[in-house]
Design a protein around this ligand. Structure first.
Ligand SMILES: [Zn+2]
Length: 311
């Protein structure tokens, strides 16, 4: 049996999964301090993989794949660009680390949102589709794109992965990436304090309440009929819709999969974005609607995707 480990490097949590025989057998989460770097976490990651392997009697790990929150040189097996998280990663020889811990195991590393897209493409909501885009909305916004049956990478490994940094308002807010008016700067949870400060027409009490500065609370209040929450939530859904229209124009997918914690509110988000995108995207006559669907694998998408790097 083939056993592979998927390691999803989040900002505050590292999620580690063991795949065996093409199925996700188990997962474990360890706390992360991404500002402190990846190096200090490697021993704990290896320990977590080993304990999962012991639990599921995996005699030999054949592949280890890292889902990294940044730009990755997939061919060299190295992180190539970071943005405030795990900034030491480009200097680490992770293939050597893998060989040291699991002799003979293959090593892979890719952008985290792209690896999640692989999971949804191979085993989730995009299974069977040759043209799909996945957008993961959370603290930041990431994407991965499959065009004509191939995961796309480009000259500098950025193709398909920078959908969070498509410009949707050239007069908009400065992003952490250096660009202005990115999707992520206009509608991600990292920027919610600034977004709530800027959306016009909100009551001061709502605007100043820190409890409102997360999507879970905002969607909860939206469902309860809050006029203020509706203004913020609909603003963000308009931004996401604009982004999805850009992805449709860029990649010509048959399906766009939306993932991330906010998909707990998929019953609100999916129909809203579907309506906007299919009313506005420039498509040839007779092409039919682009299918807009919620991710099927939840936050396991990247670690399930990891297994497909060793086919
Ligand atoms: Zn940006």
């Amino acid at each position: 049996m083939k056993y592979t480990a998927g390691i999803d490097l989040g900002g505050t949590i590292i999620k580690i999964g063991l795949n065996g025989g093409g199925k996700l057998l188990g997962t474990v989460r360890i706390p992360a301090d991404s500002a402190a770097g990846l190096g200090p976490a490697l021993d704990r990651i290896a320990g977590a993989v080993d304990s999962l392997a012991a639990e599921f009697h995996a005699d030999r790990i054949t592949g280890v794949a890292l889902a990294f929150p940044g730009i990755v040189d997939v061919k060299a097996g190295r992180a190539a660009g970071t943005n405030a998280k795990y900034c030491d990663a480009p200097s680490l020889d992770l293939a050597a680390w893998t060989e040291r811990h699991w002799k003979g195991a293959r090593f892979a590393i890719d952008n985290d949102a792209r690896m999640a897209a692989v999971g949804e493409w191979k085993a989730g909501a995009g299974a069977g589709c040759d043209n799909m885009v996945m957008m993961t909305i959370g603290t930041g916004i990431g994407t991965g794109a499959v065009v004509d049956g191939r995961l796309i990478y480009g000259r500098n490994w950025c193709a398909g992965a920078l959908g969070g940094h498509f410009t949707v308002d050239f007069r908009g807010r400065k992003c952490t990436c250096g660009n202005t008016g990115c999707v992520e700067a206009l509608a991600s949870s990292y920027f919610l304090p600034q977004i709530i400060a800027a959306v016009p027409g909100l009551d001061d009490e709502f605007r100043n309440d820190p409890e409102n500065r997360n999507f879970k609370a905002l969607f909860g209040q939206y469902v309860s009929g809050s006029r203020n929450a509706a203004a913020v939530v609909e603003y963000c859904m308009d931004v996401w819709s604009a982004a999805v229209i850009d992805y449709v124009h860029a990649y010509d997918p048959e399906i766009v999969v939306l993932g991330g914690g906010i998909m707990k509110s998929a019953d609100i988000i999916i129909p809203y974005i579907d309506r906007k995108v299919n009313a506005s995207a420039f498509r040839p006559e007779g092409a039919g609607d682009v299918r807009i669907v919620a991710a099927a694998l939840g936050d396991d998408a990247a670690i399930i995707g990891a297994d497909y790097y060793f086919e």
